[in-house]
Design a protein around this ligand. Structure first.
Ligand code: NAP
Ligand code: GCO
Length: 266
């Protein structure tokens, strides 16, 4: 069936940065289920071992690499390793990311730099590492995991919002510069997703009540729920597949409608 072919990733090699758990792990599983061979990386050997076991439990023979995406030499070594083990990278998902929730006036420049380094500079480093092979092959997919904070700000996330806003524009620029080589670069902008990164925003309070931020997000989201990593699976397969070959420079928000909604009247 034509639709099945359009969304198939058979014969493709996909690299998901930060694919050990959370959103990256779900995307790694999705791309594998669509037929791709999967590589992922993280910094922690403990996270790597757990992830290899978790992928294997799902019948996925993922290749894991210890690699800090901010380090050019580690990245180039990882890409060489993937090229040897699986082949050249057809699909890059720039997922690895951190957040530091600190009021700007209290945030040190080094903290700000660390967030920007991982959330913005590293996707640049990763894209540079895979583009030459994509250009030579005449096709490629780059998916940058942006954020609602690519569009909106809020208290305490100045570095993260600046980085994710920059990542939106880096996505558009890669699309502009390399579209002529049949390379598509798009973004996915998740809303509020239940992962370790947002766990502090969902903790049950000592009196057993919901975290105030948890209640706030529920009131701001038409779907009236937090997203789960599995909500990102379909959008990722779409942007990694032939089905999106004429989609370029687009940020696909997967947010339950939160960006469209003024919020429930208190
Ligand atoms: P998470 O649970 O904190 O997972 C982050 C992953 O990135 C981990 O595997 C981590 O592994 C890896 N990582 C962090 N820094 C790294 C580095 N320098 N080099 C290599 N790997 C690194 O985060 P998440 O919630 O799944 O979010 C994944 C992406 O989605 C991030 O870019 C985040 O900004 C974005 N996002 C999240 C949400 C949300 O609500 N959760 C919403 C919008 C966008 P190690 O620590 O072992 O390296
Ligand atoms: C926060 C959250 C958000 C989400 C996500 C929303 O502190 O506001 O961590 O930044 O992670 O980026 O799209």
């Amino acid at each position: 069936m034509e639709a099945n072919r359009l969304f198939s990733l058979e014969g493709k090699v996909a690299l998901v940065t930060g694919g050990a758990y959370g959103i990256g792990f779900a995307i790694g599983c999705a791309l594998s289920e669509a037929g791709a061979k999967i590589a992922f990386n993280c910094r922690s050997s403990e996270h790597l071992e757990k992830a290899l076991s978790d992928y294997a439990e799902r019948g996925i023979d993922a290749k894991g690499f210890i690699c800090d995406v901010t380090d050019d030499s580690q990245v180039n070594e990882m890409i060489s390793g993937i090229r040897k083990d699986l082949g050249t990278v057809d699909i890059l998902v720039n997922n690895a990311g951190i957040i530091k929730r600190i009021p700007m006036t209290e945030m040190g420049a080094n903290d700000f730099r660390e967030v920007v380094d991982i959330d913005l500079v590293a996707p640049f480093i990763m894209a540079k590492a895979v583009l030459p092979d994509m250009i030579e092959k005449g096709h490629g997919k780059i998916i940058n995991i942006c954020s609602m904070m690519s569009e909106l700000g809020r208290e305490t996330v100045s570095a993260y919002a600046a980085a994710k806003g920059g990542l939106k524009m880096l996505t558009k620029n890669i699309a502009s510069e390399y579209g002529k080589y049949n390379i598509q670069c798009n973004g996915i902008g998740p809303g509020y997703i239940a992962t370790p990164q947002t766990a502090p925003l969902r903790e049950t309070q000592p009196d057993g009540s919901r975290h105030p931020f948890d209640s706030f997000i529920i009131a701001k989201t038409p779907a009236e729920r937090w997203g789960t990593p599995n909500d990102l699976k379909g959008p990722a397969v779409f942007l990694a597949s032939e089905a999106s070959d004429f989609v370029n420079g687009h940020i696909l928000y997967v947010d339950g409608g939160i960006l469209a909604y003024i919020g429930k009247q208190p």
